[in-house]
Write a protein that binds this ligand. Structure first.
Ligand SMILES: *Cc1c(COP(=O)(O)O)cnc(C)c1O
Length: 396
């Protein structure tokens, strides 16, 4: 399947038929698999990567999802997990030891920040956080015990864009691997492995599902990393993707490319419109020429993506929060929810939701102010979205 184009892989890669020759992928809701005899059981347990024994270890529907995502990312292998967070957890648990050091972007999804900044230090894994757009900072943070570099691009919620190729070179010079959270772009817009990254992690909950139904996650990389390091951890610890969720995700990935293309076009139109509105301090969208990393974004992504953030003006943080909340409260079309990647547009106030648990200092450093709103643009007509936000802007 390797030589086929992305759109073809999205609907075809990984599919395997059973003896019944079903056209759609089968959903294998079974916790375990039977054997002809004791000898076959022994054989299959010895070849756990390829044989089906127990669904914590492998499941045919989950395998189809893994093979499809590996093909879309251009990776050798993929390991599915129950959520995006368990994908990140699994990479750390599978490949790092107490005493190892990590260099990470400071602009991360809130729970990721909590995990690597708040929980891993208890297990002896220390992380240095850097400004992701400052290549010298990435370089200077390396230590003899650095094993992993980690970034999200574009970042959540400020859409900072990191030069993947440049950071990959720095990570490799430091004898370290580079892991990229590719949730915001999905492989339809950006393929980090082709830009030099070693590991891609996903929250499949977002664009891969694309319709806000199930949680899922994945790790994509080399056979060596995914099968020899990550698989032994996941099969043992059990942050496994359910077969049902894998089946839903297989359906979602079929429409990934056309969804995200239209959602990106809507996002660009909305971002351009927001830039013209009074009372808005700044619009953050990589597809706008005003975005500080616009050129890098246009080099490594196919579009600016589907997430637009903007900061409303206000004399004080309290006033800013009041105006941001008024915009949210005046919407009738947008969903007030923290999820993103859905066909339905969502609006969030990051400072009090997704980034509410991190310290005010870390929030400040990440640029998540009280006036910031994040809109994850869906498939609605963009004129309806503009009218939806215009109401709140006028009221505030
Ligand atoms: C949502 C998200 C995650 C976590 O994924 P879950 O599936 O919610 O566990 C990680 N990274 C980014 C960028 C996200 O948006």
């Amino acid at each position: 399947m390797e030589e086929l184009n992305f759109d073809t892989l999205a609907v075809r890669a990984g599919s395997r038929r059973t003896e019944f020759n079903e056209h759609a992928e089968a959903l294998f809701l079974t916790s375990s698999f039977c054997f002809e005899n004791a000898a076959q059981a022994a054989e299959r347990f010895a070849d756990a990567e390829n044989a089906f024994t127990y669904s914590r270890v492998t499941n045919p529907t989950v395998s189809m999802f893994q093979d499809r995502l590996a093909a879309l990312e251009g990776g050798e292998a993929c390991m599915a997990t129950a959520s995006g967070m368990s994908a990140i957890l699994s990479v750390f648990m599978a490949s790092l030891n107490a005493g190892d050091h990590v260099v990470s972007s400071r602009s991360l999804f809130g729970s990721t920040m909590q995990l690597i900044g708040g929980i891993f230090p208890r297990f002896g894994i220390e992380t240095t956080f850097v400004d992701p757009t400052d290549l010298d900072a990435w370089r200077d943070a390396a230590r003899p015990n650095t094993r992993l570099y980690f970034l999200e691009t574009p970042s959540n919620p400020l859409t900072e864009v990191v030069d993947i190729r440049a950071v990959a070179e720095i990570a490799h010079a430091a004898g370290s691997l580079l892991m990229v959270d590719n949730c915001f772009c999905s492989p339809a817009l950006q393929q980090p492995l082709k830009l030099g990254a070693d590991i891609v992690v996903h929250s499949a909950t977002k664009y891969l599902d694309g319709q806000g139904r199930v949680l899922g996650g994945a790790i994509v990389g080399s056979n060596d990393f995914v099968l020899k390091k990550v698989f032994p951890f996941v099969r043992t610890a059990g942050p496994t993707l359910s077969a049902f969720n894998a089946w839903v995700l297989l359906r979602g990935m079929e429409t990934l490319a056309i969804r995200i293309e239209r959602q990106s076009a809507n996002a660009l139109a909305l971002a351009q419109w927001l830039e013209q509105q009074p009372g808005i301090k700044r619009v953050f969208y990589p597809g706008l020429p005003s975005h500080p990393q616009h050129e890098i974004a246009m080099r490594q992504q196919r579009t600016g993506g589907a997430v637009v953030s903007f900061e409303v003006a206000g004399d004080t943080p309290e006033r800013q929060r009041q105006r941001a909340w008024a915009i949210i409260d005046n919407t009738r079309v947008c969903s007030i929810t923290a999820n993103l990647g859905d066909t339905r547009t969502t609006i969030t106030h990051p400072a009090t939701t997704t980034h509410g648990r991190i310290s005010p200092e870390a929030r400040e450093a990440a640029g998540v102010t009280e006036g910031l709103l994040r809109v994850a643009v869906g498939l609605e007509n963009v004129a309806d979205l503009q009218a939806d936000l215009a109401r709140g802007l006028a009221a505030s």
